[in-house]
Ligand binder design. Structure first.
Ligand code: AMP
Length: 209
């Protein structure tokens, strides 16, 4: 099964993806995680992406398409994969269609004001990428990752200012993908305001149907 997850920042794409990979034995590909890894290693690519990521913009289509094209050829993707954070533009979606045939595009729909609250309350594990929310989804032990025990941090782009910019970028560049996949007949929309378990139940039911 090959899936893409679409949704505003903090809509719950990463959280849902982690549930789905367990259930369906899929590879998890987060372009945001891959880019953050490059930034922390100080690679040429990371240095190129750093400032645009911090300001809430998008790295170039060319760059991100090349990364994904390489990644989905790896062995762990043979049984299928979930793409979290890719595609984010119509150009990326068109290129992805040239690379593989997708089974489903899941759109987690959620309102901006709530997303902004979630963004600024989010804590992330820099080691395994797990995501928490100080208000709605706290880790069991404050500041410590439930999964791997690492200290939690706030992403550099999870500030109010960068959050607003990321939401604007989502509406301008990524929201048209909803229509794009609707036209292909593979869109499944779910209400991101439901609880984490309800959202995953709805997605799993759709994928198993
Ligand atoms: P995310 O972790 O998915 O929120 O991604 C963090 C940041 O990485 C985004 O705000 C973008 O700057 C960059 N990024 C991630 N995926 C893409 C993509 N598909 N296209 C362009 N930029 C991306």
């Amino acid at each position: 099964m090959r899936l893409v997850l679409i949704g505003a920042p903090a809509a719950g794409k990463g959280t849902q993806a982690r549930k789905l990979i367990d259930r369906f034995q899929l590879a998890y590909i987060s372009t945001g995680d891959m880019l953050r890894e490059e930034v922390s290693r100080g690679t040429e690519l990371g240095n190129k992406a750093k400032s645009v990521m911090a300001s809430g913009g998008l790295v170039s289509d060319e760059l991100i398409i090349a990364i994904v094209n390489e990644r989905i050829k790896q062995d762990d993707c043979k049984n299928g994969f979930i793409l979290d954070g890719f595609p984010r533009t119509t150009v990326q979606a068109e290129k992805l269609d040239e690379m593989v045939k997708l089974d489903k595009a899941v759109y987690i729909n959620a309102p901006d004001d709530i997303m902004l609250e979630r963004i600024t309350a989010r804590e992330t594990c820099p080691k395994c990428g797990a995501s928490y929310n100080k208000i709605s989804l706290p880790s069991k032990k404050a500041g410590i990752c439930d999964v791997c025990g690492e200290g939690l941090t706030q992403r550099k782009d999870d500030t109010l200012e960068a959050g607003k910019a990321r939401l604007a970028t989502f509406h301008e560049q990524s929201e048209p993908l909803v229509e794009y996949y609707k036209k292909q007949g593979i869109l499944f929309e779910v209400d991101g305001m439901l609880g984490v378990e309800e959202v995953s139940k709805a997605i799993i039911a759709e994928l198993e149907a």
